[in-house]
Design a binder for this molecule. Structure first.
Ligand code: UDP
Length: 334
């Protein structure tokens, strides 16, 4: 905890820029920073983020929003204590829909935000990803695993953008002395995920709640480890306040097959939906599980919310979000 005399950059009263602050994770982060007493400036071009995610924050004196694309020159008036670079489409469905934007925000956007961090002498935290490990040959994946990424595959646009972003972040650290942190985020779920972002958890909830077929890609034996968003945010907050430079995994050890995940969501929602198999997209990782030893040792962090509890909380959100979406559709057609 920080007091008013604390000089830590993200202490109470610190001024923090969050890029992608209207996205799923970014909007949770903005709330946490406000709760910690920071002033939050949120930049988002709303490509995949949404105003609905930050609507309740707009009235707060310590929160401001700018509709901005961070691949362009960045200007922020006054000092900044920290920059958290979370702007990027992140769903595999976006990899095919928005490949150039993903490459641009990971490369040009990271360059611009690092330049701003250097100019403002602000601490910089990069949102990186377990996708850096690609389709891994070791399971679980520690930070020292260098990954197995197909640079020219459909996922390459995101994986390589984030790998480039990590390289750029470390270059600014080594060459310009910028104070940096890198979080490698594993599969995360919770309220404010987009209904139709194409990822497994939103798809399964939407399909189960609408009584539609639940689409498992391939035979559903591929695994992910899933964490509830509050746990991720706690990990990011601790990493930001730590002295640890270099990539750190924040993810759970709760590895689950996609078929088990589909079954769990059908059970939790009390749905009658059946599971159907669809083709497995190319380069889809067969296994993924966070080795979170480093986060436990350095940050004293570990997930507090079980997947079952987290999925129950998330079910309520999706039920409400789907109701609101169909009400909007009705009023638009009527
Ligand atoms: N997946 C699935 N059905 C869907 C969407 C995704 O079986 O409707 C699979 C996907 O092929 C992958 C896993 O679920 O193996 C997780 O996909 P997601 O899009 O959530 O994120 P990823 O971890 O691949 O980035």
């Amino acid at each position: 905890m920080s007091d008013s005399t604390h000089r830590d950059p993200i202490a109470r009263g610190g001024r923090v820029l969050v890029t992608g602050g209207a996205g799923f994770i970014g909007s949770h982060l903005c709330r946490r920073l406000l709760a910690e007493g920071c002033e939050v400036i949120c930049f988002d071009n709303l490509l995949t983020g949404s105003m609905a995610n930050i609507e309740p924050l707009l009235g707060e004196a310590r929160f401001s929003f700018e509709h901005y694309d961070v691949t362009n020159y960045l200007y922020v008036d006054g000092p900044l204590d920290a920059i958290l670079h979370f702007a990027s489409p992140a769903s595999p469905a976006d990899f095919e829909r928005l490949p150039i934007q993903i490459l641009k925000v990971g490369s040009l956007g990271t360059h611009k935000t690092l330049g701003l961090a250097k100019a403002k002498q602000a601490r910089f935290l990069l949102a990186s990803t377990s996708e850096c490990y690609g389709d891994p040959e070791v399971n679980p994946q520690p930070e020292t695993y260098l990954g197995r990424v197909n640079p020219v595959g459909i996922r390459g646009v995101y994986d390589e953008a984030k790998r480039f972003a990590e390289a750029m972040t470390m270059a600014y650290h080594r060459h310009h002395g910028v104070d940096v942190r890198i979080v490698r985020i594993f599969n995360t779920f919770g309220p404010r995920m987009q209904i139709a972002d194409g990822r497994a958890i939103p798809n399964f909830f939407t399909q189960a709640l609408r009584g539609e077929d639940v689409t498992v890609y391939g035979d559903g034996s591929q695994t992910r480890s899933i964490q509830y968003v509050d746990d991720l945010i706690e990990g990011i907050w601790r990493l930001l306040n730590s002295n640890y430079v270099g990539p750190m995994n924040i993810g759970s050890q709760a590895e689950i097959t996609m078929r088990e995940l589909a079954e769990t969501i059908i059970r939790i929602t009390g749905s009658q939906s059946r599971i159907v198999e669809k083709p497995l997209p190319p380069d889809d990782p067969k296994v993924r599980r966070a080795d979170n030893t480093l986060a436990r040792e350095v940050l004293g962090w570990e997930p507090q919310v079980s997947p079952e509890d987290g999925l129950r909380r998330t079910a309520e959100y999706f039920a409400e979000a789907l109701k609101a979406a169909s009400a909007r559709e009705e009023s638009a057609s009527g």
